[in-house]
Design a protein around this ligand. Structure first.
Ligand SMILES: [Zn+2]
Length: 59
């Protein structure tokens, strides 16, 4: 797995953990984040249990 850039792991209500680039994460103003796999992820409550790694986000 590459570690070239900082990423933020977002636990999504869909049961997957997506990876969002830190730059994207910092710019998101409406609670939606464009994950590496190309889907918009809504930030889940902190109580959401971690899900499975998104296979498209984590090569
Ligand atoms: Zn993903």
């Amino acid at each position: 797995m590459r570690e070239a850039s900082q990423v933020v792991r977002i636990s999504s209500p869909d049961g997957r953990d997506h990876l969002v680039d830190e730059k994207v994460f910092a710019r998101a103003l409406d609670g939606r984040f464009l994950a590496r796999c190309g889907v918009f992820v809504l930030s889940a409550p902190l109580c959401t249990p971690p899900g499975r790694d998104c296979p498209l986000c984590a090569p």
